[in-house]
Write a protein that binds this ligand. Sequence first.
Ligand code: TYD
Length: 213
Amino acid sequence: MKRRSGTGCFITFEGGDGSGKSTQSRLLAEYLDTVRIECLLTREPGGAPGAEDIRTLLVTGEVDRWDAIGETLLFNAARRNHLRLTIWPALDAGKWVISDRFADSTMAYQGYGNGLGVEAVQRIHDFTFGHFAPDLTFIFDLPAEEGLNRTRGRHDGEDRFEKMDLSFHDRLRDGFLEIAAKNPARCVVIDALKPVEDIQKEIREIVNGRLLS
Ligand code: TYD
């Protein structure tokens, strides 16, 4: 069920907090618009009404509000809702979909960061989604300290994950890099310390080369 013929392309942006992926996903959506590709920009956790409700449960409150298993199940429930009501209908209608975070975030944050482990997260993923996967994933890589500096002082109340300690964010970074190494055909690692314009140029070249040529 990876890529169904006649459907649009599915591109995901992944990485630690403060890595700049939200800005870059927006800029890519603007570019696709200029080349007349109909594109839906969405995000996780969220992207559908039920998933947005679950988002509030996940990103607010105390760090120990959920344990790793409870958190993983909530992220997967939100993702199932997002896929069923937003992503799959758009792809089936021939649109491209860009998601700011997707399943690699669960593997990195819950599997590596929270220590639930790769196998447990993969099992829940496989049960919930089968073999569905993005066509292309950009993984934004940044030293953990730099990401934390960039997000420090966020006052939107959505700071439950930023409250995790530096070692959590280090494990997260290693996790994302391991995911990229295991999935070289799907994932491209982006050096998130580069200037915004340079990163966007690189992303457009990759999309042109892999999906538009
Ligand atoms: P997000 O809104 O993308 O935050 P940011 O804009 O800072 O990147 O996501 C909220 C938090 O949820 C973020 O710290 C990462 C975390 N998260 C997980 O732990 N697992 C997941 O599967 C997803 C999608 C997000």
